[in-house]
Design a protein around this ligand. Structure first.
Ligand code: 16G
Length: 245
């Protein structure tokens, strides 16, 4: 961009002109997924716009997910994510889903430990007085792209040692004969909050899916109560429907 790109008089507010220019460059492919934008002060020098105007012009593109900002390393054109089709009728784990697609799994731990349960967890897990809860909170990525944030709560009777879970929770449960065999899931539309948007590397104005899963052993005992935020631009959930009886 150069100073002559921006017209004070007729083109509307300068930050919107910048916003439009960047959006056009992304659509036309002149800026490609993963490309970095020059630092704010460099853009200001190139365009003659103030740093405040530059920041404002970029802000809305970050909120809409077209640009991503990584603390300390700058502003980038959002990487293109490949959409994944996820069957809704099978009780699988994230690790299994990705392995089936031949993809690598990475988990970034946000929290993993035993806690006194919150009222919501007591109710969901049917905990007794004095029972503890194992909490596993992680950003789940595949091939370097964050796809979901999962916050799982399990009765400590099921998982007394949450720190043993390194990669697959269902893997650990399976080895102990505690793999859930049934689950109920609820999916609803949401926008991620600012913190979750940053963890997922998306803008806070993008669409996301909130998924709650309650899973059970064959005996009916609750195994997990998991609340997740899945990226709306990365997932298609698909299910086969049958004629109602
Ligand atoms: C899935 C489940 C989650 C479960 C996790 C275990 C949803 C929508 N999905 O992602 O409830 O805790 O698998 O995965 O909640 P893991 O065995 O790879 O740790």
């Amino acid at each position: 961009f150069k100073a002559t790109d921006f017209n004070d008089a007729s083109g509307g507010p300068l930050y919107l002109q910048l916003h439009r220019r960047i959006a056009e460059a992304i659509i036309s492919g002149r800026l490609k997924p993963g490309d970095s934008l020059p630092p704010e002060r460099e853009m200001a020098a190139q365009t003659g716009l103030s740093r405040v105007t530059i920041r404002k012009g970029i802000e809305a593109l970050v909120a809409s997910g077209q640009l991503v900002q990584r603390r300390g390393s700058g502003t980038f054109v959002a990487p293109k994510v490949e959409r994944l089709e996820q069957a809704l009728s099978l009780l699988t784990s994230f690790t299994e889903d990705m392995a089936r697609r031949g993809r690598q799994v990475e988990s970034r731990w946000l929290a993993r430990g035993l806690h006194a349960p919150a009222p919501e967890e007591v109710m969901a897990l049917g905990l007794g007085a004095g029972d503890r809860v194992a909490r596993l909170e992680r950003v789940r990525s595949s091939d370097g792209v964050p796809l979901a944030i999962e916050r799982a709560s399990l009765p400590s009777a099921i998982l007394p040692d949450p720190e043993v879970v390194e990669t697959s929770l269902y893997g650990v449960l399976e080895a102990r004969g505690l793999r859930p065999v049934r689950a109920v899931q609820r999916i609803s539309a949401t926008n991620p909050n600012a913190k979750d948007a940053e963890l997922l590397g998306v803008g806070a104005a993008v669409a996301a899916l909130r998924i709650e899963r309650m899973s059970y052993l064959g005996t009916g005992q609750v195994v997990e109560f998991t609340r997740s935020i899945y990226r709306g631009d990365a997932y298609d959930f698909a299910v086969e429907l049958k004629l109602a009886p």
